[in-house]
Design a protein around this ligand. Structure first.
Ligand SMILES: NC(=O)c1ccc[n+]([C@@H]2O[C@H](COP(=O)([O-])OP(=O)(O)OC[C@H]3O[C@@H](n4cnc5c(N)ncnc54)[C@H](O)[C@@H]3O)[C@@H](O)[C@H]2O)c1
Ligand SMILES: [Zn+2]
Length: 354
């Protein structure tokens, strides 16, 4: 299975390992020039799989970082650069990012700045990584609690998606990835939304179904990214659920960590409500979205007034804002999304109370 995205290729399962093996044998001059970036969990669950598939990688350099969003900062990048330096990386070196969105974001960013840019390949190991974070050429890290404030657009050589990695992924992480898949349906493909609506978390066990749904989701994101690689317009629809979602994620990062996908799901519910008020989304569609998403991820606590004000402050600093206005992507109907929508503060506040 092969897809082309302006220099970016995505390969699945066995074919992916053949492509990777060939690439490494023919495009990298020495095994010493290959660096595998892992976190402490993918080091245990995923690195042995890669070693089994491509034996000679055992001789490459492994750089291990701690796991988790807190590690996604510039200091970790500096540590990785120091390691690259220590193991004598050159401009011909290559980084294999083996992990979830945190690893592909950090590893891609390091690849973009080390010696003014070296090659990298993404091997996403979480569902969210496969359908979202590893695709689309955005790399970056957080600045304190401001999400993805430092970063670059940088294109990997290609992507390797091995759906078998999902077998060791905890359920909450599967849910987190499913949120982005549901989002892809909501913004661009009503049929895919309907399909996703019917599936349960167990779809991961069904190899064919899992591969097809992931493939479908990848195609939706790629199609959007291809039309607008640098997010000047259309690509903004991928931010549906993320204006409020990112604010929740930033706010709770310092309180009691919240998964990206869960924050985005809450964001999608609130932003669907706003869409219904000012962007023509029907009440019928809104109810369908709310009931599906809240069944998957019940929102336990109402957000307090104090928290709402703090969330608004965070949204005011969103790098996607223009002319001092918070920008939203809002649904017109299921499968259709508008971008650059301005929303009165009073309506944003009200959305949290529903
Ligand atoms: N660049 C982009 O376009 C983009 C898009 C969406 C999200 N993101 C970023 O992605 C990050 C979230 O990604 P994530 O949810 O993958 O988080 P993550 O990378 O932290 O992975 C989640 C957890 O799963 C563990 N893990 C990874 N693979 C595993 C496996 N196969 N088995 C068992 N455990 C495994 C990790 O160690 C981690 O503890 C956020 O920082 C977000 O900002 C980036
Ligand atoms: Zn997201």
């Amino acid at each position: 299975m092969k897809m082309i995205n302006k220099g970016e290729f995505i390969y699945f399962n066995e074919e992916a390992y053949d492509v990777l093996r060939n690439y490494l044998l023919h495009q990298v001059d020495s095994i010493k020039n290959i660096f595998i970036l892992v976190d402490e969990i993918t080091h245990i669950h995923c690195l042995p799989v890669i070693f089994k598939k491509i034996d000679f990688l055992k001789k490459s350099n492994v750089i291990k970082i701690k796991s988790g969003e807190k590690e996604k900062n510039i200091y970790t990048c500096i540590q990785i650069c120091k390691n690259l330096e220590k193991f004598k990386a050159t401009r011909k070196s290559l980084i294999l990012n083996l992990g979830g969105g945190v690893i592909t974001d950090i590893g891609g960013f390091v690849a973009s700045i080390f010696k003014r840019g070296i090659r990298f390949i993404n091997i996403p190991t979480t569902l969210l990584g496969m359908v979202d974070a590893a695709i689309g050429n955005k790399t970056g890290v957080n600045l304190d609690s401001i999400k993805n404030e430092i970063g670059s657009f940088y294109v990997p050589e290609f992507l390797v998606i091995d759906t078998h990695f999902l077998k060791t992924l905890p359920n909450k992480e599967i849910f987190s990835g499913m949120a982005e898949m549901l989002k892809h349906g909501l913004i661009a493909d009503k049929n895919f939304w309907k399909k996703m609506n019917q599936i349960q978390i167990g779809f991961i066990q069904n190899e064919n179904e899992c591969k097809n749904l992931i493939h479908n989701s990848v195609l939706i994101k790629q199609k959007i990214v291809n039309q607008d690689p640098k997010e000047k317009g259309l690509r903004k629809i991928l931010n549906f659920g993320h204006t409020i979602g990112h604010a929740l994620e930033s706010y709770f990062m310092n309180v009691n960590n919240i998964l990206h996908g869960i924050a985005v799901t809450m964001g999608m519910i609130y932003e669907s409500w706003i869409s219904c008020k000012i962007n023509g989304l029907s009440l019928y569609d809104y109810e369908e979205i709310r009931s599906t998403l809240s069944a998957l991820y019940p929102i336990k606590n109402k957000i307090s007034d104090l928290e709402i004000n703090k969330l608004l402050l965070i949204m005011e600093h969103d790098k996607k804002n223009e002319k001092n206005k918070i920008q939203f992507s809002l649904l017109k109907e299921i499968g259709k999304c508008s971008y650059n929508c301005q929303v009165p503060y009073s309506l944003i506040k009200e959305s949290f109370l529903n």
